[in-house]
Write a protein that binds this ligand. Structure first.
Ligand code: JFZ
Length: 449
């Protein structure tokens, strides 16, 4: 814009990165999110009573309100650490499954809104060290197992903390409140530096719960903390959901500059088109069910996304240069669900057979076809056909002198050659070349599963 930039003390401190870590990020393509914590014990119900009508989502069950909520509910919830013992949790098995899925990074909930740390933090008593699983460190287990499989690890961290007495949504108005909030900030800083020190293999921090008014007012502190985290771990990737500028602008500062290394606002939603991303890196985090990130014991009539749904979302993201991150919510014992297992097998087979169209391929500057999603590299164009036209012909339009008009077409997984021809439509005023590819009926059944 022609407007003069607003002078900002706590605006963006990064510009588009081209270092090795961000180049890797751009080639992930597919990721896995894991929501695991005290809420996983419950599966969105307590003693047979469903929280469905009173809690926003399974990992939000502590916020259960209304007639169905048990008496003294939050106090009951806060003592779940006494039952936390995921005896079936084998991070190496999770990592093998993620590898099978084709995920290239994982985002793991080290501490969700309930404040319970899955590593033995020195900064709070509310951690795995105070549970029947004492002696274990789930963050270490996940970091080690996934790193061994070649999958990068990002640590999810909720700033919002329902357990810490100093946490506040509102800006404190008296001395006691201000002191408590300062105490909370130093606890938060302590935990974050601790995570970086303990898990040097972690590549990124995935922040959440940063919408509270007190956090927003702490822009000087968060500006300095971002600096400190980046200094402590060169190459560290931080999304745009960590902090805001002094005017309260989140994700993008008051001059429109991204407040992090990638856009972190695409949560169960997708950009309408590539242009609106303005070249920013991004990922989309997505649940398999409708909402709810933690385990849900009874999914009832919920629609669970199928492998085909996820293929569509994955390729739509890749067609706009983004990564798709699919959430898994293991049960309280640490077991992934049967549906998640099926997704890992089926989607994983598809991803393995079509890897060339996914990880290294990105946005192609051509008209969208309506038949599916286009991805490409310098010398190849991939069309993931989701809707086969009644004509059986995929027609691609190449504007201008069309140096890039393809000369051959084949099915990616089988290598089967497809009939391709240049089509001169004789359209006046349309400076474009067209290519028709005949798509055999039954193509979609040629999947590897
Ligand atoms: C947050 C959490 O509250 C939720 O439990 C889960 O962990 C999810 C990944 O993140 O939920 C959000 C946060 C931000 C938006 C939507 C849901 N948002 O910006 O639209």
């Amino acid at each position: 814009s022609d407007r003069a930039p607003v002078p900002l003390r706590h605006g963006s401190q990064v510009s588009k990165r081209e270092d090795e870590a961000m180049q890797r990020f751009r080639r992930y393509g597919l990721g896995q999110f894991i929501h695991f914590g005290l809420y996983s014990i419950l599966g969105n119900e307590y003693q047979g009573v469903s929280a469905r009508d009173g809690a926003p989502a399974s990992e939000w069950i502590r916020a259960w309100r209304g007639p169905s909520a048990p008496d003294g509910w939050t106090a009951i919830y806060d003592r779940l650490n006494e039952q936390f013992d995921p005896t079936e949790l084998d991070a190496r098995q999770w990592a093998r499954q993620a590898k099978q899925l084709g995920a290239r990074y994982v985002i793991f909930t080290t501490k969700h809104h309930d404040g319970f740390a899955l590593w033995p933090t020195a900064h709070s008593d509310y951690s795995i060290a105070n549970s029947p699983a004492a002696g274990r460190d789930l963050v270490a287990e996940v970091v080690d197992a996934y790193t061994a499989e070649g999958i990068d690890v990002f640590l999810y961290f909720s700033v919002l903390d329902w357990h810490h007495p100093g946490y506040s949504d509102q800006v404190p108005t008296d001395d006691a409140g201000r002191a408590a909030w300062q105490e909370f900030l130093s606890y938060t800083r302590g935990q974050l530096l601790e995570l970086l020190d303990r898990y040097p293999a972690a590549r990124g921090l995935w922040f959440d719960g940063t919408w509270g008014k007190a956090w927003i007012a702490s822009h000087e502190f968060t500006y300095e903390l971002e600096r400190e985290l980046r200094e402590r771990r060169p190459g560290l990737i931080i999304g745009s959901r960590f902090r805001n500028d002094e005017h309260g602008a989140r994700h993008f500062d008051s001059n429109g500059a991204l407040l992090g290394d990638y856009e972190q606002g695409w949560e169960r939603k997708l950009p309408a088109d590539h242009a609106m991303l303005a070249g920013n890196d991004w990922d989309c985090v997505m649940t398999i069910g409708p909402n709810g990130w933690g385990w849900t014991r009874d999914t009832g009539d919920d629609y669970l996304k199928t492998t085909d749904d996820l293929i569509e979302l994955l390729m739509r993201c890749r067609s706009m240069d983004g990564n798709l991150v699919i959430n898994f919510g293991p049960d309280g014992a640490g077991r992934m669900t049967a549906h998640e297992g099926q997704i890992a097998t089926e989607l994983g087979a598809w991803v393995a057979a079509h890897a060339a169209a996914i990880h290294d391929a990105g946005h192609v500057d051509l008209d969208p076809t309506g038949m599916g999603w286009l991805t490409g590299t310098d010398d190849r164009i991939f069309l993931t056909v989701l809707n086969r036209p009644v004509t059986g012909i995929a027609r691609l339009r190449f504007p201008g002198d069309a140096e890039r008009v393809p000369t051959a077409a084949r099915i990616l997984d089988s290598g089967r050659e497809l009939e391709l021809r240049r089509t001169d439509l004789g359209l006046d005023l349309d400076d474009a070349s067209y290519v028709d590819v005949r798509i055999p009926a039954g193509l979609v059944t040629e999947r590897a599963f």
